[in-house]
Design a protein around this ligand. Sequence first.
Ligand code: NAI
Length: 319
Amino acid sequence: MKYFSARLGSDTAALAAGYDAVCAFVNDVLDRPTIEMLSAGGIRLAALRCAGYNNVDLQAAWGRLHVVRVPAYSPHAVAEHAIALLLSLNRKTHKAYNRTRDGNFSLSGLVGFDLHGKTAGIVGTGQIGRITAGILNGFGMNVLVSDPFPNAEWAASIRARYVEPEELFRSSDVVSLHCPLTPENRHLVNAAVLSTMRPDSIIINTGRGALIDTKALIDALKDERIGGAGLDVYEEEDEYFFEDHSAAIIRDDVLARLLTLPNVLVTGHQAFLTKEALEAIAETTIENIGAFFLRGELPNETCYRCGKDCERKKTGRCF
Ligand code: NAI
C-alpha cells in the first residue's frame, strides 16, 4: 500500500500508474478524465472508503474499472451527529461554552425551543434517516418523512407519516436531510422551498452539500425567514474541508458569509467520525479489495444504472 497526500483527480491520477487499485474518499474526484487515466495506468478497482458515490462518474467507470464502496459503516454515527448539530444549534451550547470559559455567565441570546411536541421532517428514510427519525421520536417529536421508496412498516413502528416533500418542508420545525445527492435532487432545498419553511425552523444537512442551494439558504437566514442551519457538508467543501486553513484567507465568499451568521453551525464533514465507523470503514475496504483480487468477487460494487450494490458481477447483468 502506498499513501499519497494529494487528492485524487485528473492532475494526480498519474501517481497511481502501475498499481492495481486506488482507494478514495468523499472529496477525491473520479470524473471521466481521471477514470480514463487510472484505467490506462492499470487500475482495475476503485475502493471508496465511503457510502456516497456522487463524486464518481459511474458511467465512465463502466467497462474500465470496478467501483466498490462501504455501504454502511455506522449509520448511528451520522444520525447522532445530526442530532448533535440540532441540539447545539437550538440550545446554543457552543456559544455557552465560549462564554463560560471567559467568565461570562449571561444567558442573553441563548433561548432555544422544546423539541418535545414539535414536528421533525426527515428527507430520506434509508439507514441514517430511519435512525435519526427514531431518536427524534424518542424526544417526543411528531415525525414526517419523505422518500421515493417508502417503508410503511417501519414508519408505523414509530408513528412517522410519509408525506410529499412540499408538506414536509412546510410543516416541520426541524428538517434533516438524509438522502444521497443525485443529478435530480441537486438543490432540493432552493429559494422556493425555503420560502415555504417555518420562520423558526432549523435545517440540518449531514447528507451532501449540494442538496442545498447555499446562496438561497444565506438569503433566507439573512432575512430571518428560517431559524438556523446545522451543516456538516457544503456544496464546495472539497476546496477546504479536511484541511487546516486557519492561517489563510477564505476566498470562497459564500462559505465565508455562512460562517459569519450567528445561527449557523458548520462542522467539516465529520458526521461519520467515530471509532466504530472508522474501524468498519477500514475492515470493509480491505475486504472489498481482497474479495476482488483474491476471489474475483465484488460484494459492494456500485452499478451506474441502478446506483445500488447489485448482482452485476455474479449474474453478469443487473438490468
Ligand atoms: P441509504 O441508501 O440507506 O438511504 C438513502 C435513502 O434516501 C433511500 O431510502 C432513498 O430511497 C432515499 N432518497 C433518494 N433520493 C431521495 C429524495 N430525493 N428524497 C427523499 N429521499 C430520497 O443511505 P444512508 O446510509 O442512509 O446515507 C444517506 C446519505 O448520507 C448518503 O448518501 C451520504 O450522502 C450521506 N452520508 C454522509 C456522511 C457524513 O459523514 N456526513 C457519512 C455517510 C453518509
